[in-house]
Design a protein around this ligand. Structure first.
Ligand code: TXA
Ligand code: MG
Length: 317
């Protein structure tokens, strides 16, 4: 069922059931993080590998502390500046957090999301919500309740509908486990903003197949069912007819392809707007069942960095 009543969501969560929740980044598939049985349903419903740890969500730093989670000075600085918001911090785990949430890791990923309905729900709860993106493992993250319903509607009792996600890309993940903070995943909070706050750029430790500490970063992820490449449409016109292609473009249409086969993310050239539209547009491109989706490479700045990261992972290898 889809609805917008946080009290109904609360009831299902208390019973150990899964509820999809809106956040400003993407929709999450939430369970009471303190109930191992509920958390195990997340892995089952998503088809998620058991070695891939989950992010826990709450609405206050105080609650985190009451669950034994301590934030270092750097973690606190980032939390105070960017929460609620699209930033996840990896910090040492406390014994109250079940091992199943962290997939056995000694650290835990935490976030306060910036979505009024999510915050209204979290405020009612005396437990954190473990929530990965509410899609089947490996596929594109949902940015509307309808996206969730299409993939998971018959597997979960309730989808809390909070409209379209404003940021549209998963949170940026920073590990604060070691003395120096490390960037584990590019995301909806631009790395330039983090750099401005810290006064230095955190070490990049972006995870991939060779370094799958954050296995959401396995190379093939965020993938549509049609093949996707990053490149220029013109380079493929000797292999395909233009009717077999769909182009995902930043701000401008190209002359070689019919306009109706080009999906432009932000005619004004705004990277934040492009980010918010990206996943819905990949789904739309996929639904046109092309032989190939050709995505333009985005400017390597701000959220353009995250968009390119996601496109690379969605690409055929
Ligand atoms: O924006 C988001 O972060 C969304 C919303 C729902 O909050 N959630 C999300 O969750 O993207 P998920 O599970 O799709 O991605 C979480 C990432 C995974 O790559 C996971 O491996 C990493 O966080 N992660 C979780 N716990 C970790 C830990 N202790 N150490 C390192 N990486 C961790
Ligand atoms: Mg995900």
């Amino acid at each position: 069922m889809i609805g917008s009543d946080s009290a109904i969501a609360e009831q299902w969560l208390r019973k150990g059931e899964l509820v999809a929740i809106p956040t400003e980044t993407v929709y999450g598939l939430a369970a009471n993080a303190f109930l191992e049985e509920a958390v195990s349903k997340i892995y089952a419903v998503k088809g998620r590998p058991s070695f891939n740890p989950l992010i826990i969500h709450t609405n206050s730093i105080q609650k985190l502390e009451s669950w034994g989670i301590e934030l270092s000075a750097t973690a606190l600085q980032l939390a105070r500046k960017f929460w609620p918001g699209p930033l996840t911090l990896v910090v040492p785990k406390s014994s109250q957090i079940p091992d199943m949430v962290t997939a056995g890791h000694p650290s835990v990923a935490i976030r306060i999301p910036a979505h009024p309905l999510a915050l209204a729900l979290l405020e009612r709860l005396d437990f954190p919500l473990a929530a990965p993106s509410a899609n089947l493992s490996g596929s594109v993250s949902p940015t509307t309740a309808k996206h969730v319903d299409e993939q998971l509607g018959n597997k979960i009792p309730y989808i809390l509908d909070g409209g379209e996600c404003k940021v549209g890309l998963e949170s940026t993940i920073i590990s604060c486990v070691h003395e120096n903070p490390r960037l584990l995943r590019l995301g909806g909070l631009s790395i330039h903003e983090i750099e401005a706050e810290l006064g230095f750029r955190p070490e990049f430790n972006i995870l991939n197949n060779e370094n799958p500490m954050a296995p959401g970063m396995l190379s093939r992820h965020y993938a549509p069912s049609s093949k996707l490449v990053i490149g220029n449409a013109a380079d493929y016109l000797n292999i395909f007819d233009s009717e077999q292609l769909v182009c995902i473009r930043f701000s401008e249409w190209v002359a070689e392809i019919p306009k109706e086969r080009q999906l432009v993310l932000s005619p004004n050239g705004n990277l934040d707007e492009a980010a918010a539209a990206l996943y819905a547009t990949i789904r739309k491109a996929d639904a046109m069942k092309p032989e190939l989706i050709i995505a333009e490479k985005f400017p390597e700045m701000g959220l353009g960095l995250t968009i390119n990261d996601r496109l690379r992972r969605a690409q055929i290898q």
